[in-house]
Design a protein around this ligand. Sequence first.
Ligand SMILES: [Zn+2]
Ligand SMILES: [Zn+2]
Length: 238
Amino acid sequence: MKINNWLSNIQDWLLPRLCPGCGLTCKDPGQHLCPGCRVSLPVIDHGCPRCAIPYMHADIQGTCGACQRNPPAFASAVALYRYAPPVDHFIRALKFHHDLAMATLLGQSLATAVSNAPAHPDVIVPVPMHPARLRHRGFNQAVEIARPVARELGLAMDLDGVVRVRDTAAQARLTKPERRRNLRRAFEARRDYDGLSVALIDDVMTTGETAHHLARTLLKAGAREVTVWVIARTSSGR
Ligand SMILES: [Zn+2]
Ligand SMILES: [Zn+2]
């Protein structure tokens, strides 16, 4: 750790780093973000324990109305940030500009947030990408975020136990019921998850539908419990 700090100090001196949040020089040794961006992160400190939707008022307690009416297949969810600036910018940099250093930074923050949970899962499953999409993008951002989480927490990462058999992201022209029907059959388990507790990892959770259908597939394949860990959560409901 000491050597790492020493090295990064030398690197900062030789080549000033730019803050990925604002693009200005970051002079804070050992920090990726400048102090201004660090305090402006849209941290979710209070939300639905089931789906992580942020609550606007500190006095709202318990699961949200959507989860009560229509409980998702996953048992709980952790989201670090609201999907808002500068986090939306970080995620776009990762997804569309192949900024894999950003995946490491976000994954490490996620690892820190979940590290003091009462129980750790048996295995981490990054939300799989359809093979056609993976060929097009060249990498799966969920896998890149999951790597540092698995490493920091010493957890196994399962990359091929469940596959995405429908490219649901490419179905913008379909109607909502058609999309929903396709999502229902989007994932297939290729192994037994006999009694395992699983943490799904993704970059953003929007409606929670993808996580719900993936969790259902895992539970059908024998998983005991599924939880969801994401970097960002949109503020609109499920
Ligand atoms: Zn900044
Ligand atoms: Zn909820």
